[in-house]
Design a protein around this ligand. Structure first.
Ligand code: S3P
Length: 424
């Protein structure tokens, strides 16, 4: 697909689609609750539709209406039904990993699988702790990859678990298993990761204790159906934050953006880079306004990384246009995302003229490099595809041709139309 290039003066107000992490979890908790859950501003994108499809296969009635999704809860883990076929999650890591936790204590067997990217992503980080809780799980050739075969009929017990990686997906899978287990589970994180599962447990009437890096909960809890209002996804807003900061003479307003502090690392980075960004926050969401800015390089590391892990590709683009050097470190998790994002960012932006050195755990980006036309690929990774479209807007000469552009539908199906509307 030929991308839009060479823009100035982009101005407008955008409401980004619903948060992907919260949309997945609202289907999951809605399915496990008693009664109906109504979800407003649900993310109608491929990943979350995979979650709906999988739960329908598990016997949950889910209606997709015009402005909401209605989930008819089955009243607990034991209400889920044995699926008639393998459960296919497409490209969605959140679906497969959280589902492993949800089905860890099921009375039936289930096979979970997904697309080529999913089959290359590590699943043993989830199966190992679940096995310690009493689940029986086989991965393909015992190598830790999907397809994952969950054997039914196991009694789970709570664990005390030191997380070896900073991953909300792993933490959430353990929390779902813990909700079916006897006794207490205590999870200690290396770094604080997004806490949407913890928040949803509380929203649906359950009990969980979060104290610093420690989360504690007991099994046998009951959930009641809720009205869920999904805020806009800050990870989708990030592309338009970058557009507003980088495209000359631009001004972009983003409304109803989710501002959970475990997700707002990008706002801290923009501030450190000297970007003109203002935020008006209410309790869970707010409005973000950005203007074209002269940025400076920064260092991104440590506890900041999980708070912006999905934004690192677009932050790398910001850094290519900043004064001086930007260093991203402690981000080896980028290698096991939808694609190896350290390699993908370095290779594709280098094709457009950027000066980026990939490292074992991040990137070193030399700023103030003009970008030029090139033939690039998303590698089938939605966030790489969207980052490359924002990069293309800065290209003055030549064309940018993006292979596998359709990947953006994983989290933002009308992304290209929204860019066009800013130009229109
Ligand atoms: C997610 C957690 C993160 C993130 C992913 C969504 C979630 O993955 O990258 O896009 O909804 O829990 P990890 O837990 O693997 O870091």
């Amino acid at each position: 697909m030929k991308l839009i290039t060479n823009q100035t003066g982009l101005k407008g107000t955008i409401e980004v689609p619903g948060d992907k992490s919260i949309s997945h979890r609202s289907i999951m908790f809605g399915a496990l609750a008693e009664g109906k859950t109504r979800i407003h501003h649900f993310l109608e994108a491929e990943d979350c539709l995979s979650t709906i499809d999988v739960f329908q296969k598990l016997g949950v009635k889910i209606e997709r209406l015009d402005s909401e999704v209605v989930v008819h809860g089955v009243g607990g883990f034991q209400g889920l039904k044995k699926p008639m076929s393998d459960l296919y999650v497409g490209n969605s890591g959140t679906t497969i990993r959280l589902l492993m936790g949800i089905l860890a204590g099921a009375s039936f067997d289930a096979v979970l699988t997904g697309d080529d990217s999913i089959q290359k992503r590590p699943m043993n980080r989830v199966s190992k702790p679940l096995e310690q809780m009493g689940a029986r799980i086989e991965t393909k050739d015992n190598a830790g990859f999907a397809p994952v075969h969950l054997h039914g009929g196991n009694q789970l017990s709570g664990i005390h678990y030191e997380m070896p990686v900073a991953s909300a997906q792993v933490k959430s899978a353990i929390l779902f298993a813990a909700l079916q287990a006897g006794g207490e589970t205590v999870i200690h994180e290396k770094e604080k990761t997004r806490n949407h599962t913890e928040e949803m447990i509380r929203l649906f009437g359950g009990e969980i204790h979060e104290e610093g890096l420690t989360v504690r909960l007991s099994g046998n809890q009951r959930f009641m159906g809720q009205e869920v209002l999904v805020p806009g996804d800050i990870s989708s807003a990030a592309f338009f934050i970058a557009l507003g900061l980088l495209v000359p003479d631009s001004s972009i307003r983003l409304t109803n953006v989710g501002l959970n502090p475990t997700r707002t690392g990008i706002l801290d980075v923009v501030e450190a880079m000297g970007g003109k960004l203002t935020k008006e926050a209410s309790t869970f969401s707010g409005t973000i306004q950005v203007e074209t800015s002269n940025l400076r390089g920064t260092v991104i590391e440590g506890s900041l990384i999980p708070r912006l892990i999905d934004e690192l590709p677009i932050i790398a683009l910001l850094a290519t246009q900043a004064e001086g050097e930007t260093i991203i470190r402690d981000a080896e998790e980028l290698k096991v995302k939808e694609t190896n994002r350290i390699d993908a960012v370095a290779k594709e932006l280098a094709k457009m003229g950027a000066n980026i050195t990939p490292t074992e755990d991040g990137l070193i980006i030399h700023g103030k490099t003009p970008l030029h036309g090139a033939k690039v690929t998303s590698y089938g990774d939605h966030r790489i595809g969207m980052m490359l479209q924002i990069a293309a807007l800065l290209v003055k000469e030549g064309e940018v041709e993006l292979e596998k552009a359709e990947a953006v539908a994983v989290s933002y199906p009308d992304f290209f139309e929204v860019i066009e509307s800013l130009i229109g």
